[in-house]
Every structure is written in structure tokens, then in C-alpha cells.
Write a new protein. Structure first.
Length: 119
């Protein structure tokens, strides 16, 4: 037979393992221990600092988004102003062209009328 294959040996080894696990768990410091309190406070401080940094990042993202939106709106307004000015120039050019055509027609009509009177 193999060594340690008896039921009593296996049962005692299992009991010893359970006792070792229980001793390990019981040797752990309690929540009232100053070291544990110190670690809890450190973790809390780290979590608070992380929350503050996250809030700052979100604030910066919102400010950046607002700045970009303002820039886009300003660019859109500038483009609309440029288009409006361009449309005004086109309208002025069209009015000048119409005026010139009207003058040319009036001069042509006058020449035609003068020629008719000479005949």
C-alpha cells in the first residue's frame, strides 16, 4: 500500500488544512485596527481624487465642445455674411448691366428715330 493512503491520514491532513486556512483568516487584522483604518482612508482619498479628476476632465470636454460649437457658429455666420455680400455684388452688377442695356437701347432707339425722321 501507498504511504498516507489510509482514511485516517487523509482525514487528518484535511483537518490540518482547514485549521491552517482558519488560522490564516483569523490572523487577519480587524476593521478597527489602525493599519486597516489607514488603508481604508487612503483608498477613500484616492477614490475622491479620481472622482475630482474625472469631473475636471468632463468639465474640460464640455468647455472644448462649447468652444468648438462657438467656432463653428462663427464660421457659419462668416460664410453667410460672405454669401450675402457676394449676392449683393451680383445684384449690383446685374442692375448695372440692366441699366447699361437700357441706355444702349435708348441710344439705339434714338438713332433709329433720327434715321426715320431723315427719310
Amino acid at each position: 500500500m501507498l504511504k498516507g493512503s489510509k482514511f485516517e491520514d487523509r482525514a487528518s491532513a484535511s483537518a490540518e488544512a482547514k485549521k491552517a486556512m482558519l488560522a490564516k483568516f483569523q490572523s487577519r487584522p480587524s476593521v478597527e485596527d489602525p493599519e486597516v483604518q489607514k488603508r481604508i482612508a487612503e483608498r477613500r482619498a484616492i477614490a475622491e481624487a479620481r472622482a475630482i479628476r474625472t469631473a475636471e476632465r468632463e468639465k474640460l470636454k464640455q468647455e472644448e465642445a462649447a468652444r468648438k460649437a462657438a467656432e463653428q457658429e462663427a464660421a457659419r455666420q462668416a460664410e453667410l455674411a460672405a454669401r450675402s455680400k457676394q449676392d449683393e455684388l451680383k445684384a449690383q452688377q446685374a442692375a448695372l448691366l440692366e441699366e447699361r442695356k437700357a441706355k444702349q437701347k435708348a441710344a439705339r432707339d434714338a438713332r433709329y428715330a433720327a434715321r426715320k425722321q431723315r427719310k
